[in-house]
Design a protein around this ligand. Sequence first.
Ligand SMILES: Cc1cc2nc3c(=O)[nH]c(=O)nc-3n(C[C@H](O)[C@H](O)[C@H](O)COP(=O)(O)OP(=O)(O)OC[C@H]3O[C@@H](n4cnc5c(N)ncnc54)[C@H](O)[C@@H]3O)c2cc1C
Length: 271
Amino acid sequence: MALALQTFSTVRDANTALKAAGTRYLGGGTLVVRAANEGDVSVSGLVRSTEPSLSAISVAGGTVRIGASVTMAAIARHPDLTALARAARAVGGPAIRNMATVGGNLFAPTPYGDFTVALLALDASVSTDDGHMTVEKFLAARDGNRAIVTSVSFALPQEGSFRFLKVSRVKPKGVSVLSIAATLEQAADGTVSSARIALGCMADRPMRAMAAEKALIGRALTKDGISAALAVANDGTSPATDPIASAWYRSEVLPVHLGRLLLGQIVDTRG
Ligand SMILES: Cc1cc2nc3c(=O)[nH]c(=O)nc-3n(C[C@H](O)[C@H](O)[C@H](O)COP(=O)(O)OP(=O)(O)OC[C@H]3O[C@@H](n4cnc5c(N)ncnc54)[C@H](O)[C@@H]3O)c2cc1C
């Protein structure tokens, strides 16, 4: 079946066109076009917008705004977003990263959504023409979402406070066994004063490891200090079983990789 593609210069007009049955928004198309090619007959038409703000990145006054059509490749090479480059490079190989957008990643089901894991740890907000909401609220409600996401925004993390790790079996561009992002602040004595930890592939969408976050407060980032957090790392998770890994395997290796992330023992094996 042929797919109709409608292009609009404003998000507003594209949002109106999306009200028609069978229409889907087109980001980079790496998932939605693939699904249509594979026979997903629920998609009969694609809608996109070329509004320039969708493709803009701004970093001002410590706040980052990334338009929803910005690709992973653009983030990975942006000089002010080096803290996020690892998370952007975690998405697919070079060809995918040239097309995959931030907006599309927010909707990507497990085992995808690696960049969204980073956004969740950064407490990003998600914007549409109707307003803003936290990425956490957005993820909880995304299945019913029809509105075009226009951008994501977050405070640029302090130097060294943001960490990201993707675990895959095929290096450098395999699909995730799991991914972990953490924003950690430490007091003068080195103990953790605030922690926000997000997990990918440990549920049907990125989730927070709230029990582990709580268990880290006031603790040092040492083997002993993090042990309570690792013991509760799996609390609230319901990992996927897929061709990459079983739910059991994901649960077994989560504390190991979270431990490495917290102790700073990450080796970057991705291109
Ligand atoms: C070979 C391959 C490897 C991949 N590897 C990874 C990986 O390692 N990690 C990973 O996270 N993902 C991976 N993906 C999945 C995917 O490429 C990424 O998640 C990507 O970011 C999706 O973005 P997109 O712009 O291509 O989405 P699209 O395919 O354009 O859209 C996906 C969904 O999101 C909706 N959507 C897109 N943009 C918006 C918007 N602005 N507002 C509202 N709705 C929107 C679409 O309507 C659609 O329902 C891979 C995909 C392939 C094909």
